[in-house]
Write a protein that binds this ligand. Structure first.
Ligand code: MG
Length: 386
């Protein structure tokens, strides 16, 4: 599995359309525009980490825009866009250099997940891949001598994210420092790298004017759709004197074994939440290989998944959880579990189902070797979100 970092460039002042704050922090739906961009990258299962380059004046705005998404600290940008990207790449290289990097504009909040997939597919056999759209309008070149039609043949509009072999684009940026090129594919090109074009996506437009912002806001308010996510998990029972289920500690003659607190129900719930936005699974977002999650309270996983959903404009309608086990009995704890899960999801208790069943002493659950849980979550979200 390749390590892929997404580098979001959000250091611009972008005050072209007025307002007191840079455009990437302007409100889009209930969140700042940048939060949508970050949420889409952070929820993609193949993106290992999201880093953002910001302007030092925007630290507070950025903290609000990225809250709860679990991102590494921002990187401070430079004078020009090109400086900001170079500083971002260098900061990433100072930790562990990834195999790949996706460099994306903070002001393109409607990045479809399928475009990321296509970029990464092509990057398997390329060092530089950029999304491109055909030019629809007739092009004219206008000078003092008059007007001249420019052929549209072989002319493309280029979008971001642009995807690169990390080390190659880093060295291209270092080599071409100070040349004021407008995008990273131009830097790659100037450094002699071969660029591959793939189909872009018109929904992935860049917000540069107030008209663009109006269009983006209309997309957020457009038709809604309903989605369902499903999750399943199992944990082994072993030595111990309590189990944690739905965030509630229940005294028991055995304990649940696992890297985190082994809350089998919240793990199934986290996967169901991630499933509604096709954001991969709990293991991709919270790898057991990462010591950070050792003994972690699983409420953190649910919190993060909920933040990712909200950043994608999704609203949770209900959740339904079934716990499979011979013991302990769930009934006496059901109300507390319901309240706990409802508050984690930010919904009323009446929208959370907690159920339990035995398996009639059959199978691993019946032999008291482990507990299992199923979860289903339903959300609504703008249909423009893909
Ligand atoms: Mg688990």
């Amino acid at each position: 599995m390749k390590r892929c970092v997404a580098l979001v460039v959000a250091a611009g002042r972008g005050r072209r359309f007025g307002g007191d704050i840079p455009k990437q922090y302007r409100q889009l739906g209930t969140d700042p525009m940048l939060r949508h961009t970050l949420g889409r990258l952070a929820s993609h299962p193949d993106i290992t980490e999201v880093r953002t380059v910001i302007h030092p004046d925007d630290i507070q705005l950025y903290e609000a825009a990225s809250k709860g998404l679990g991102l590494a600290p921002p990187i401070m940008g430079g004078e020009e866009r090109q400086d900001s990207v170079r500083l971002g790449l260098q900061a990433i290289a100072n930790n562990t250099a990834p195999d790949w990097v996706l460099i994306h504009d903070g002001a393109r909040p409607f990045l479809p997940s399928g475009l990321i997939d296509r970029l990464l597919d092509t990057l398997e056999h390329s060092d530089a891949v950029v999304p491109a759209l055909p030019v629809q309008d007739t092009l004219k070149k206008y000078t003092k001598d008059g007007c001249e039609t420019v052929s549209r043949e072989n002319v493309w509009r280029i979008q971001t994210p642009q995807a690169f072999n990390f080390n190659k684009i880093l060295s291209a940026h270092q080599k071409l420092q100070g040349q004021s090129l407008t995008d990273d594919s131009s830097v790659a090109e100037a450094a002699g790298m071969k660029i591959d074009l793939i189909d872009g996506d018109i929904r992935n437009f860049k917000i540069t004017s107030s008209d663009d912002l109006d269009r983006a806001r209309a997309m957020m308010q457009g038709p809604e759709e309903t989605r369902t996510g499903y999750g399943f998990d199992v944990h082994k029972l072993g030595e111990g004197n309590s189990v944690t289920i739905c965030g509630v500690v229940i005294p028991h003659e055995q304990g649940l074994l696992g890297h985190s607190d082994a809350d089998v129900a919240l793990h199934a719930l986290t996967d169901a939440l991630l499933g509604t936005i096709a954001a991969g699974d709990i293991g991709q977002h919270f790898p057991p290989s990462d010591m950070k999650w050792k003994g972690a309270a699983s409420v953190l996983f649910v919190d993060r998944a909920v933040a990712l959903l909200r950043a994608r404009g999704a609203r949770i309608i209900n959740a339904d959880i079934t716990i499979l086990g011979e013991a302990p009995r769930i009934g006496p704890h059901r109300r507390m579990m319901t309240t706990r899960v409802a508050s984690l999801l930010g919904i009323d208790n009446g929208r959370v189902g907690i159920k339990a069943t035995t398996t009639e002493q059959l199978g691993f659950v019946g032999r008291r070797e482990g507990l299992a849980a199923h979860a289903i979550v339903t959300v609504t979200c703008p249909a423009s979100i893909t």
